[in-house]
Design a protein around this ligand. Structure first.
Ligand SMILES: Cc1ncc(COP(=O)(O)O)c(C=O)c1O
Length: 382
């Protein structure tokens, strides 16, 4: 049976051909360690990193590419931003539906006397900017929220929240793990001081890639020491925050992923993904006992749909889809238990289907047929 992959919100698969091609070329032709030696292969590798930084900066609306730091994923980017900037006694406003990358990092900082307020969104998982600003105190130095939850999928009003943070002199940090490559990102338009993203989801890069954008003047402490020569403090961003030999092949693949999106057209990709989402949501709503988390309008969400089916556990549905239909979805709490608590779906979680640009309408229809069969004949042992 042909494998059908519907877990693009975890990591995108397959990658456009240009991505593995570029990774291979980098490993086989460029090879050198960037920023280390004066020989030409090292210089070529440094140039590769520079070009990738320029491309990524342009893609997210950052004026200065030296403010883009490559990380190994969004989790590292978020850790770097929060742990590198927040000091004991300071207060952060976040949401009650964050991914563990944010929630657990803040939990750790709470042990270091940083205080945290989690603002609850509405039932669809959408934050109200007024609620965010109401949670601000005289100790607040940062608002840190997801651009789109990996459970509710709802796109947050980041532009308004960013504008109000800017007016109030607060740092605004956005977790764009689920939106970079899906929505048009402009860090200036959303007034983001920090924007964290992952390279291996909708940017089509390889796993092991991510990034953090920092507005000029935002200077976190490095989490990892090391680097190129003199003491770390003398090294400027981005290198100061990229200690050790870089993942040059991965970054080359990420750059290729961004080129793919630009060539294909982000509007075309988004429209196609919304078409798939629309079919998926309509089909799910026609199955008795289905509850969709988040908004049902495709234009209000990113390309993932989490749902529950009355009487059958999410894990059983996932197993049946994999074993009997060769379809890959993600079940349980999606590294975001807080979001499931808010939805009332904790601890069992939900089934999450996240089609991508390489899925077809026929595959979505086949998934719906499979789900209808599973709904009629509950899996044994449930
Ligand atoms: C909203 C959100 N934030 C952060 C992350 C962490 O991304 P990564 O696994 O690349 O560190 C994810 C991954 O699923 C996510 O969905």
């Amino acid at each position: 049976m042909k494998k059908i992959y519907f877990d693009n919100a975890a990591t995108s698969f397959p990658k456009p051909d240009i991505v593995p091609d570029r990774v291979r070329d980098t490993l086989m032709s460029i090879g050198g360690s960037p920023g280390r030696a004066t020989h030409r292969m090292s210089i070529d590798a440094a140039r590769l990193l520079f070009n990738a930084r320029e491309a990524v900066a342009g893609f997210i609306g950052a004026k200065d590419s030296s403010r883009v730091v490559f990380t190994k994923n969004a989790t590292e980017a978020i850790n770097l931003a929060l742990k590198g900037l927040l000091l004991p006694g300071q207060h952060v406003v976040t949401s009650a539906i964050e991914h563990n990358a944010m929630a657990n990092t803040l939990r750790r900082l709470e042990k270091n006397s940083v205080s945290v307020t989690k603002v609850r969104p509405d039932a669809e998982g959408v934050l109200n900017p007024d609620d965010i600003m109401d949670a601000v105190t005289d100790k607040t130095c940062m608002v840190a929220i997801t651009h789109a939850s990996n459970v509710f999928g709802a796109i947050q009003p980041v532009e308004e929240i960013g504008r109000r943070c800017k007016e109030s002199g607060l740092l605004f940090m956005v977790d764009g793990a689920q939106t970079a490559g899906v929505l048009d990102i402009d860090v200036e338009v959303m007034s983001a001081d920090l924007f964290a993203a992952t390279g291996h989801k909708a940017l089509y890069g390889p796993q092991g890639t991510g990034l953090l954008y920092l507005r000029e003047g935002v200077e976190p402490l490095a989490l990892i020491d090391g680097g190129t020569g003199g003491p770390d403090d003398n090294v400027e961003i981005p290198e100061r925050l990229e200690a050790g030999t870089m993942n040059t092949p991965g970054v080359a693949g990420l750059h290729a992923g961004v080129e793919f999106i630009l060539k294909e057209g982000s509007k075309k990709i988004r429209e196609y993904e919304m078409l798939l989402l629309g079919r998926l949501i309509d089909g799910l709503l026609s199955i008795d006992g289905v509850r969709i988390l988040g908004p049902v309008e495709p234009e209000r969400r990113v390309g993932l749909v989490a749902f529950t089916l009355k009487g059958i556990t999410p894990d059983s549905i996932g197993l049946a889809l994999d074993n009997d239909f060769s379809m890959m979805v993600r079940c349980a709490t999606h590294c975001a238990p807080d979001a499931h608590r808010h939805a009332g779906t904790f601890p069992q979680g939900a089934v999450r289907v996240s089609p991508g640009y390489f899925n077809t309408v026929e595959e979505v229809e086949a998934l719906l047929v499979a789900l209808k069969k599973i709904a009629k004949k509950p899996v044994q042992g449930v």
